[in-house]
Design a protein around this ligand. Sequence first.
Ligand code: NAD
Ligand code: LMR
Length: 338
Amino acid sequence: RSLHSAATRGASHLSRRGYASEPVPERKVAVLGAAGGIGQPLSLLMKLNPLVSSLSLYDIAGTPGVAADVSHINTGSEVVGYQGDEELGKALEGADVVIIPAGVPRKPGMTRDDLFNINAGIVKTLCTAIAKYCPHALVNMISNPVNSTVPIAAEVFKKAGTYDEKRLFGVTTLDVVRAKTFYAGKANVPVAGVNVPVVGGHAGITILPLFSQATPKANLDDDVIKALTKRTQDGGTEVVEAKAGKGSATLSMAYAGALFADACLKGLNGVPDVVECSFVQSTVTELPYFASKVRLGKNGVEEVLGLGPLSDFEQQGLESLKPELKSSIEKGIKFANQ
Ligand code: NAD
Ligand code: LMR
């Protein structure tokens, strides 16, 4: 791959101090579902990322407009829109990172699992194409239910003979983003310095924020921790209800998706100590997939980190989430193999 500096890509908005003059490799990022509620702002944010040299925007419809719009932004990456099945291969060829926010969102009263019937098929189709056109890409799965769509992707890749557990990620960054925001509010500390790991999965009680490990430390009462945990677990529903039938989180998700993709790109580029929570193949518990802190590197997952010490409340939460997470994983595996 040829080397360019982030500065020569004209990345005036986001070029990072101490980074801008260092050479960075050419990187192609594909967004599948790019014309959607998440896809559009996510495409915007990826256009602002100086680590991206080529931005490929795919959807079943609407991508020529989104691509034309985003392409006028004066950052260095090239933007191309692809539309419809017949252009999916071109959209994916050469991609280093593929971000998938394709599929239907929830309406009030629905669970993420209610999306399974439609989104499982979409994810299966897209992952079949990834196996064919960019089998070595890092896949960032946003489409819900993540607890099932990640196992579906893994099974599709296994069948195609391309599966590499280091390259498949369920994006749970929004749970971390929410946990940080809610914690900072209660602990009355500046949110920019807050860290909270969130483990488990990405639906209801399977989302387990570890506030006992939150930094900076704050002596919050047990009932406050309980309320913070519940709010983090119900964060998606809070947005779905507030949007009242017009979909689920899109803007905060685009931010979270852009953060996670940026971490993947930094890892690929050899930046040390890039750690994010993600739902990955795991031996941290007896479940085959589990979200925990993951160190990212040149091959994707460098190391899946353990849970660390849990409070009694978190230990109980961990045991309670396992049956639901197990059954969502199994549902995905079964679907992909039928
Ligand atoms: P949306 O309906 O606004 O957009 C989805 C897009 O996917 C549409 O543009 C649609 O045309 C496209 N699409 C449908 N089938 C496709 C296919 N076969 N190939 C390519 N594109 C296809 O929905 P949204 O609000 O952007 O949400 C998308 C998904 O992300 C939903 O499943 C939602 O539940 C999920 N989501 C996940 C998280 C998370 O934290 N992981 C957060 C928010 C939303
Ligand atoms: C979220 O957490 O916001 C997403 O998973 C979307 C949803 O359905 O809640």
